[in-house]
Design a protein around this ligand. Structure first.
Ligand code: FES
Length: 101
């Protein structure tokens, strides 16, 4: 039987990297693989490891508005994400970390 636990991170950032190879819109059509890498690099650089986890994920069901990035458990959703939006996403995460300090 599964063991129910409390989530160990303050924020879990899910970056959809689903790729439908042009058959229809998917988050990999944008810069999301690069967005994921930059978020991961910044989390490490800022010393947030253990508090913030960045994970790639499959389709989250709102493809038309993508590329999508979600922040849990805060119910924050970034749509139409581009590489230049990473700074704003990091600012949001910083605020969430400040709120739990
Ligand atoms: S492909 Fe990213 S939400 Fe569906």
């Amino acid at each position: 039987m599964a063991e129910k636990q409390t989530m160990p991170y303050v924020c879990h950032v899910l970056v959809c990297t689903n790729d439908r190879h042009g058959e229809r819109k998917s988050c990999a059509d944008g810069d999301n693989p690069a967005v994921r890498k930059q978020l991961k690099d910044e989390v490490k650089k800022r010393g947030w490891l253990g508090k913030v986890r960045v994970s790639q994920c499959g389709c989250m069901g709102l493809c038309a508005g993508g590329p999508n990035v979600a922040v849990y458990p805060h119910k924050i959703w970034f749509a139409d994400v581009r590489l230049e939006d990473v700074g704003g996403i990091l600012d949001t995460i910083q605020t969430l970390l400040d709120d739990t300090a």
